[in-house]
Design a binder for this molecule. Sequence first.
Ligand SMILES: Nc1nc2c([nH]c(=O)n2[C@H]2C[C@H](O)[C@@H](COP(=O)(O)OP(=O)(O)OP(=O)(O)O)O2)c(=O)[nH]1
Length: 140
Amino acid sequence: MKKQINVVGAAFLENGKILATKRNDDRVLGTLWEFPGGKIEPGETPQQALKRELEEEFNDEIVVGPRVTATSSHEYDFGVVNLTVYYAQFQTHHFDLIAHSEVKWTTQTQLNDLQWADADQAAVAAITQANLSQVVFDEA
Ligand SMILES: Nc1nc2c([nH]c(=O)n2[C@H]2C[C@H](O)[C@@H](COP(=O)(O)OP(=O)(O)OP(=O)(O)O)O2)c(=O)[nH]1
């Protein structure tokens, strides 16, 4: 069986726009757009993993909101990525680009103009169809 890689991503929502990020070129899938985040480590909840990753990648504290849609799996040559995306908001605004080469705040329709990693298709489709004004952040 191929290696299973459990990954969590953040769909940051601000003023009706969603943050799309492009990984540094030297990383796996470096030419594609993704939701910032990374692998869930043993013993972590998805929310804890997301907070840790965003501190590592942007040096920011975040609030994790509801899940965008069900976990979706995609088989790459290096393994199977099981991706879960959550809506999120920034609590701090350092926004240091430590692991990314490009970031873009996009409207729902503009999301479809970007070339996303294969595992992201379901989340992108769900966000495109969502009523973003009804996404609630309990902790915020
Ligand atoms: N963060 C993130 N990763 C994604 C998305 N879509 C997708 O297929 N992936 C893949 C790329 C990677 O294989 C994996 C995430 O792992 P990661 O962000 O820790 O990337 P990495 O392999 O560079 O990390 P590392 O082993 O160097 O610590 O999931 C996405 O939207 N966000």
